[in-house]
Design a protein around this ligand. Structure first.
Ligand SMILES: [Zn+2]
Length: 113
C-alpha cells in the first residue's frame, strides 16, 4: 500500500480548531467529527464523516442498517471508530482514548447542517 496522508496535528486546548486536512474523504465535510477504520494504520485509513460512514455501513449490510452511533448507544459506525489524532503526533488513539482527546472530538459537530 502506498502512503495516503499524514495525520493532522491537533492541539486539544484549541477546542473547535480543526486542521485543514481533517476532512471527510468522500464529501470533504470539514469542521465535523470524523471516523476512521478500525485497526488500520494511521496513514492508510479512510476518514469519513458520520453520514458517509453510515452510507458505507448500509452498503455493507442492508438498506435499513443503522450504526450504534446513529441509535445513540455508542460511538462506532460499522467498522469505523472515532478518528482522534494524538495531540502533537501523527497517529490516532486506539481505545482507550484519553479524556482530553474525547473533549476535542466531542466539541466538533456531527455535520455542518
Ligand atoms: Zn462525508
Amino acid at each position: 500500500m502506498s502512503f495516503k496522508r499524514r495525520v493532522s496535528i491537533v492541539n486539544y486546548k484549541a477546542i473547535g480548531m480543526v486542521p485543514e486536512d481533517y476532512k471527510c474523504d468522500h464529501c470533504e465535510a470539514h469542521g465535523v467529527k470524523l471516523w476512521r477504520q478500525f485497526q488500520t494504520t494511521a496513514d492508510q485509513t479512510n476518514l469519513l464523516c458520520a453520514e458517509c460512514a453510515e452510507v458505507e455501513g448500509r452498503e455493507a449490510n442492508h438498506k435499513h442498517w443503522q450504526s450504534p452511533f446513529k441509535k445513540g448507544i455508542g460511538k462506532q459506525i460499522g467498522l469505523y471508530i472515532p478518528a482522534i489524532p494524538i495531540e502533537g503526533d501523527n497517529t490516532y488513539w486506539e481505545i482507550p482514548i484519553p479524556e482530553d482527546g474525547w473533549a476535542w472530538w466531542n466539541s466538533l459537530p456531527v455535520n455542518n447542517n
